[in-house]
Design a protein around this ligand. Structure first.
Ligand SMILES: [Cu+2]
Length: 173
């Protein structure tokens, strides 16, 4: 029984990977790696993953040096999505908006965020570990990591990111 389940999970995981590969390149295909949870929650087949086991990948929609781990959900679909972003010390998220409400929880490091269409150090609010920020859809935001930081993003998909200044968009470089 255990073997069968493992095989099924593998098949499902590869199907998710294929799906993501096909749809990558569209404006909303911001994050490349498959979700670690896939759709296993539909069966009594729980997922328990330690932070140290998480696999990180680059994202075409985020600046170089930032990495992403998709926890659950499909970035393209109208469903609950959770992912983490690892930002190196000094890493910046240029002003941008999302098509959906974004909830950010600071998991580790030292993060700061601001509200506005222009990056302004004076508008940054410190968000130490455990802090949360909630930005409504279309509300411009920017972020800065004072040290290596991991944030968790929880949204209702489909997720996307639009940079206020197109020159900040790594997909257009
Ligand atoms: Cu954002």
């Amino acid at each position: 029984m255990k073997t069968i389940r493992t095989t099924n999970t593998k098949i499902r995981m590869s199907r998710v990977t294929t799906l993501l590969t096909i749809t990558l390149g569209t404006a909303l295909a911001a994050l490349p790696a498959p979700s670690i949870a896939a759709d296993t929650a539909k069966e009594c087949n729980p997922i328990m993953v330690q932070a140290s086991e998480m696999k990180w990948a680059d994202s075409p929609a985020l600046p170089k040096g930032l990495q992403v781990c998709i926890l659950y959900g499909d970035m393209q679909k109208a469903e609950p999505i959770g992912f983490r972003i690892k930002i190196p010390a000094g890493g910046m998220l240029a002003p941008h908006t999302h098509p959906v409400i974004e909830r950010v929880t600071v998991i580790s490091g030292a993060f700061a965020m601001g509200h506005g269409e222009k990056f302004d150090q004076a508008l940054l609010k410190d968000l130490p570990v455990g802090s949360i920020s909630i930005f409504p859809a279309g509300c411009p935001m920017f972020g800065f990591a004072k040290e290596e930081t991991v944030i968790q993003v929880n949204v209702e998909g489909p997720w996307g990111i639009t940079y206020i200044n197109p020159a900040d968009d790594p997909r257009k470089k």
